[in-house]
Design a binder for this molecule. Structure first.
Ligand code: SAH
Length: 504
């Protein structure tokens, strides 16, 4: 059941990793008319809302006070009564230090129907991502969630004696600012100052940092490392487990920021792969693919495609768009039954395979020169050949085939156009560790979009020699060139470089 009109959904968005949002949260966001959201929600969560949804930020903002709790409640009630489906999106779990309880009460009192969608809470998830189980059969049979923002010196509502004696793990939310007082108070009341403890900053995100120290020393260690909110503080024997089961921070690209410049529609695969290796990915699409399959040449080529002896495709976009053009003409893969099909790059071959065509020729290196070589044995003299590709591609392939006497038709299936990049992404890119280029057009448009060019500190990773050449022509130093000229090859090369750097 998706979002119903007149209903308010109190939804937990999880602790930060977008993958830790529930299916229910994603479904409701996609259906909501109004989304009220806070500061600590995962990147991209709000982007799941419909483009026409009303988005209202109700968290803190620099310089101006956050909306009063009562105002937020009134807003929810007002929108629901107007017949809208309202999602109230909160970080972590809405009922764990999230004021979700108060909001539900206000809704109940107003007679507005509501639903609660629990989320993954930071107090369990941040420790888990730091390699700490909050319970453990031998070491902790109980766990306490504690609000750490009250001043322990000013008659707080917490019973510090009981917390000091608590036989299990203490998990403190909102405790960074008062960490020194908290540790002091716990130890003064009898907690062991030598107990293992940690502070986990921005847990479950690519920027996660963890500081470990005995409880008595944690405040100094956290201050020294500059640990700032949001962070979870945990004290208990389980904190020592981290020594063996920390995993996130051991991923090869942990805390590396990598800029992906490909077109937005195609960036997600590369971004996901890099993200899974621990990188913080900045998507800065500088190109956009503009299909050109409604041109007379393309229509003509598609109409007579059965007459070609050889059909060459040079990119996954080309493969995808050729099939779109075929579909527009009411045709399908069978139109290629008589032709030899050649593809530059395993990605292109994969795009063809997805559509039921196994490429006959895929050169080992993904450049036009290699395809010319791979086609060496093929009798092309006097035969009709179709090269379907981008408008601004190089002429190496058609020229070589013509020299061998073939009748070559070249059609442009798409153009790459400059994408206006988002100023925030540019800002973030200036601090990046790596900038990746997956084609010459990404290089040229990057230089145009980002006025200063590639920032000095960043290392440049190129997918292959043609892209590298374009980079050098644009005055960009290439630090790493992929040996295999596809996305996996690019990731492999980047990883090897990061490993080398780490090893010193
Ligand atoms: N409802 C939220 C908690 C809100 S209180 C939940 O269930 O997680 C805000 C506090 O949560 C922060 O001060 C911090 O202690 C903690 N927190 C939220 N997100 C966090 C994150 N990604 N990493 C570490 N702590 C986080």
């Amino acid at each position: 059941m998706t979002a119903r009109p007149g209903v308010v959904y109190l939804v937990g968005a999880g602790p930060g990793d977008p993958g830790l949002m529930t299916l229910r949260a994603a479904e409701l966001l996609a259906g909501a008319d109004t989304v009220l959201y806070d500061r600590l929600i995962p990147d991209g969560a709000v982007a799941r809302a419909r483009p026409d949804a009303e988005l209202v930020y109700v968290g803190k903002r620099p310089g101006s006070p956050e909306l009063a709790q009562r105002e937020v409640e009134e807003l929810m009630i007002d929108r629901a009564r107007a017949g809208r489906a309202v999602v109230r999106l909160k970080g972590g779990d809405p009922f764990v230090f999230g004021r979700g309880g108060e909001e539900a009460e206000a809704l109940a009192k107003a007679g507005v129907e509501f639903e609660v969608v629990p989320g993954v809470t930071a107090g369990v998830a941040a420790p888990a991502y730091a390699g700490i189980p909050v319970t453990h059969r031998d070491q902790a049979s109980a766990v306490a969630f504690v609000a750490g923002h009250e001043d322990p010196a000013k008659g707080s509502t917490l019973d510090w004696r009981a917390l000091a004696d608590f036989p299990g793990t203490l998990v403190l939310y909102m405790g960074v600012k008062r960490l020194a007082e908290i540790a002091e108070r716990l130890i003064a009341n009898g907690r062991d100052g030598a107990e293992p403890a940690v502070a986990v900053e921005r847990g479950t995100t690519a920027a996660q940092r963890t500081v470990s120290a005995p409880l008595a020393e944690l405040p100094a260690a956290a201050a020294e490392a500059g640990i700032a909110p949001p962070a979870i503080v945990l004290t208990g024997p389980v904190a020592a487990r981290r020594a063996t089961i920390s995993w996130l921070e051991r991923r090869p690209l942990h805390r590396s920021t990598v800029v992906v410049t490909r077109a937005r529609a195609q960036a997600s695969g590369l971004a996901a792969t890099l993200g899974a290796l621990g990188a913080e990915v900045i998507e800065l699409p500088v190109i956009r693919i503009v299909p050109r399959i409604d041109s007379p040449e393309v229509r003509e080529a598609v109409r007579s495609i059965h007459a070609y002896a050889l059909v060459c495709l040079t990119s996954p976009n080309g493969a995808r768009l050729l099939f779109e053009a075929l579909a527009d003409a009411g045709r399908d893969a069978r139109a290629l039954a008589n032709a030899t099909v050649a593809a530059i790059g395993p990605g292109t071959a994969a795009a063809l395979a997805e559509r039921g065509v196994r490429a006959d020729v895929v050169p080992e290196r993904s450049v036009a020169e290699a395809l010319v070589e791979a086609l060496g044995d093929l009798e092309v003299e006097g035969r009709p050949i179709l090269v379907a590709r981008a408008a601004e591609a190089r002429d190496v392939l058609p020229q070589a085939l013509r020299e061998r006497g073939a009748q070559v038709d070249v059609v442009a299936l798409y153009e790459t156009a400059l994408e206006e990049p988002d100023p925030e992404a540019i800002e973030a890119a200036l601090e990046a560790d790596y900038v990746t280029f997956t084609s010459s057009s990404t290089v040229r448009n990057f230089v145009e979009a980002v006025r200063g060019g590639v920032p000095e500190r960043a290392r440049v990773v190129s997918i292959g020699p043609v892209t590298s050449q374009a980079a050098r022509e644009a005055g960009i130093r290439v630090d790493v060139e992929a040996e295999r000229h596809d996305l996996d090859g690019l990731v492999e090369a980047l990883l090897a470089d990061a490993r080398d750097l780490k090893a010193g």
